[in-house]
Design a protein around this ligand. Structure first.
Ligand code: IPD
Length: 297
């Protein structure tokens, strides 16, 4: 455990500097669709660039902050789960499938949590040059100056799922109970009210949990539901979301305070005085057909 209280502003600046360096590595790489490695199956990809970026970032963080823990996607092992200690939680490339295909929705996600609570977040998409960042208690910003949500005080009230644009993700598990829960829930979200559905405006799958959360923080999406991703996918985006007035609930019904490593999430954007947020979460929960369940392996 570190002896001194972390200097969050300093951490924020350092993470932004690292994000810029990582962005150069990511945009100068040339991954080949047929040449990349897979982890547990053919849609769970990892590239040399994921590993190289994580090595650069972890070296830099361990050198500057030797007292803080480090958790990264490419070096994670279940024997070393997240603890209360100040921890950098890093996904070197969130949206690896997009990165491999050249679909410009990928980013580096650099989070810092203390006592399991996200405190600093930096998410940088080097393909669009978009930087999202936040420090606990200090608001969330796009490209350092544009406060989130983008509409500011003009952000519209939430008005239920039938007028919502939402994000969901397919994930890399394509069979089993979690897959069935997702499919049946997607159906319920999409279909008409006459058939008992929510008939959302539409659903997006942009392939990066961190960028989905930043889109909800920005207010261009109303909600994001996820099951199966990891603390490194959400830590940075989480604090950006909540600093923009959004809330994070559990991806399964009933829990309003999920942990950052719970692997199930439901993010809702900010609205005037938070109106409609709890209603939207409860309405969403009522459409979940099954139970999401993940281990830390
Ligand atoms: C993935 C993305 C995706 C989410 C998956 C993650 P990766 O991260 O965040 O949106 O649905 O669960 O694994 O593998 O590209 O770092």
């Amino acid at each position: 455990m570190a002896e001194e209280t972390p200097n969050l502003s300093e951490v924020h600046e350092f993470l932004i500097e690292l994000a810029g360096k990582a962005g150069e590595l990511i945009t100068s790489a040339h991954p080949l669709i047929n040449g990349v490695g897979s982890k547990k199956n053919s849609s769970d990809l990892v590239t040399e660039t994921d590993r190289a970026v994580e090595a650069v970032v972890s070296d830099a963080l361990r050198t500057k902050y030797p007292d803080y823990e480090f958790m990264g996607e490419e070096t994670y092992h279940p024997s070393k789960p997240l603890t209360e200690a100040p921890t950098f939680i890093v996904d070197p490339i969130d949206g690896t499938v997009n990165f491999v295909h050249g679909f410009p929705s990928a980013c580096i996600s650099l989070g810092f949590a203390v006592g399991y609570e996200p405190m600093v977040g930096v998410v940088f998409n080097p393909f669009t040059n978009t930087l999202y960042s936040a420090i606990k208690g200090q608001g969330a910003f796009m490209n350092r100056t544009k406060k989130l949500p983008l509409k500011g005080d003009d952000v519209e009230p939430l008005n239920g799922l039938s007028s919502a644009l939402i994000a969901v993700e397919w994930g890399s598990d394509r069979s089993g109970a979690n897959w069935e829960t997702k499919l049946r829930t997607f159906e319920s979200l999409g279909k008409s009210k006459e058939q008992g559905g929510a008939m959302v405006h539409s659903m997006r799958s942009m392939g990066s949990a961190a960028l989905n959360l930043c889109s909800v923080a920005s207010g261009v999406l109303d909600l994001y539901w996820e099951g199966g991703c990891w603390a490194w996918d959400v830590c940075a985006g989480w604090i950006i979301l909540t600093e923009a007035g959004g809330i994070m609930a559990d991806g399964n019904p009933g829990n309003w305070q999920p942990r950052v490593d719970s692997r199930r999430y439901l993010a809702v954007r900010g609205s005037p005085k938070g109106e409609g947020q709890t209603e939207l979460v409860e309405e969403f929960w009522s459409h979940i057909k099954g139970t999401l369940s993940y281990s830390d392996e």
